[in-house]
Design a protein around this ligand. Structure first.
Ligand code: SAH
Length: 260
């Protein structure tokens, strides 16, 4: 099986050296489960200064990436049969786990990273999808691109030691994951819940399911898309759960960030 191909157009290819120091992602590179091809935008710049940016028409602050170098870099990339091109922009659709899952069955993702004030509007027609990694503005598309490479790679078969760890995790369904504990049993007077050391697998599963609901209700009510929770006859139950969770939240300050 040939690996998954990431082709990235960037003015800062060195930023991607981080991928060589990221545990499971680095192992996926070593095992050829993924290949990351970096296309240095500067090499496609114009004139002896290899110019890639220019002042915006109409005036205003900052510099804008010119369209020609990005087009040239894009045309130089070998396209695979199942390929999608993503443009990194804070104006795009906010990235979700289900997008990573959807793309993980492709052969190739081409990522275009902006810089400075952004890019000339005419490069938008190269993209199949415009993606934002959240409602904030970074200085360039490199960290968003690394986030996508990282999140997608861990979904590929053979990347994680135990693929079961993908099943219950947050954002895989509409519920967040349950809390984890490891040794020691007591740390600074905080004790691991008894049920987890009971050895009773049925009880442990019940506790974890309950915690998933509780956690989601208290932190990310917006994620609960399941009709079951939205149905009017269940609203009372949800409110009750929510009240219960709020009490839980106030009692156990260290279970949640103080300024949540
Ligand atoms: N002036 C632009 C922002 C430019 S930020 C605007 O207001 O829309 C410079 C570049 O960083 C962008 O072109 C994009 O590639 C990248 N970038 C910044 N924040 C991002 C985010 N939240 N998600 C994805 N890419 C982002």
């Amino acid at each position: 099986m040939s690996g998954f191909n990431f082709d990235v157009i960037t003015l800062f290819p060195k930023a991607f050296e981080l991928l060589n120091n990221l545990g499971v992602i680095t192992r996926a590179l070593d095992k050829h489960l993924i290949k990351v091809n970096l296309h240095d935008l500067r090499e496609y710049g114009e004139g002896s200064y290899r110019q890639v940016d220019d002042k915006p028409y109409g005036g205003g602050a900052g510099m804008v990436l010119k369209p020609e170098p990005i087009y040239k870099a894009y045309e130089s990339i070998r396209k695979f049969p199942k390929s999608k091109t993503l443009l990194m922009t804070p104006q795009g659709k906010v990235l979700k786990q289900k997008d990573l899952a959807r793309w993980s069955t492709l052969d190739q993702i081409i990522i275009i990273c902006g810089q400075y004030e952004g890019f000339d509007e005419r490069i938008r027609c190269l993209a199949d999808e415009e993606i934002s990694i959240g409602d904030y503005v970074l200085s360039g598309g490199e960290i968003p691109a690394i986030s996508i490479i990282n999140g997608l790679t861990r979904l590929l078969p053979g990347t994680l030691g135990d693929p079961d760890s993908l099943v219950d995790e947050s954002h895989n369904s509409s519920l967040l994951e349950y809390p984890h504990y490891t040794r020691p049993l007591i740390f600074k007077d905080m004790r691991v819940p008894d049920v987890l050391v009971s050895g009773n697998h049925e009880e442990i599963k019940l506790w974890r399911d309950k915690k998933r609901i509780e956690r989601t209700l208290e932190r990310r009510f917006d994620l609960i898309s399941d009709e079951h929770y939205k149905h009017p006859s269940n609203i009372k139950r949800v409110e009750k759960e929510l009240n219960k969770s709020m009490k839980f939240l106030m009692k156990k300050e260290n279970d949640i960030y103080p300024d949540w």
